[in-house]
Ligand binder design. Structure first.
Ligand code: 2BA
Length: 109
């Protein structure tokens, strides 16, 4: 068994949970915050048999979009603040950051 941990953008989270339910996967959604953008995102944890991992990954891939987002850096790169102008920079976010980890044991009472 594997645990799929998928961090997705909030904009994709409803569509992804609907698709997972429709395809018969069990999932838990956690509200999370990205360390870099400090914006809300959604973390899905999905316990799944090894042979179905690729199906879950396909559902995630099909329902999570890559988007460009503008970010204002929170602090200057150098040591002087006098001439600091916080130019927004564009970063590409998503579709999803996915970890697949082995599960030693699963009990469901
Ligand atoms: P954030 O940490 O808010 O990152 C949002 C986006 O900012 C990232 O998109 C990436 O394009 C950019 N970014 C992140 N750290 C950066 C840095 N040090 N320098 C330059 N650009 C940076 P994604 O890579 O698609 O990540 C989306 C969200 O997935 C992340 O939100 C974070 O919550 C999670 N994530 C991504 N990689 C992770 C990892 N290795 N471990 C844990 N969480 C991860």
């Amino acid at each position: 068994m594997k645990l799929v941990i998928a961090i997705v953008q909030d904009k994709d989270s409803n569509r992804l949970s609907n698709a997972l339910v429709r395809e018969g996967f069990r999932a838990t959604k956690l509200a999370s915050t990205g360390g870099f953008l400090r914006a809300g995102n959604t973390t899905f944890i999905i316990g799944i048999e090894d042979e179905r991992v690729h199906e879950v990954l396909n559902v995630i891939r099909a329902n999570c979009k890559v988007r460009d987002q503008l970010v204002s850096p929170v602090s200057p790169m150098g040591s002087t603040t006098d001439s600091y102008i916080p130019f927004p920079v564009e970063v590409q976010v998503g579709g999803a950051a996915v970890f697949v980890v082995p599960v030693e044991r699963f009990e469901h009472f």
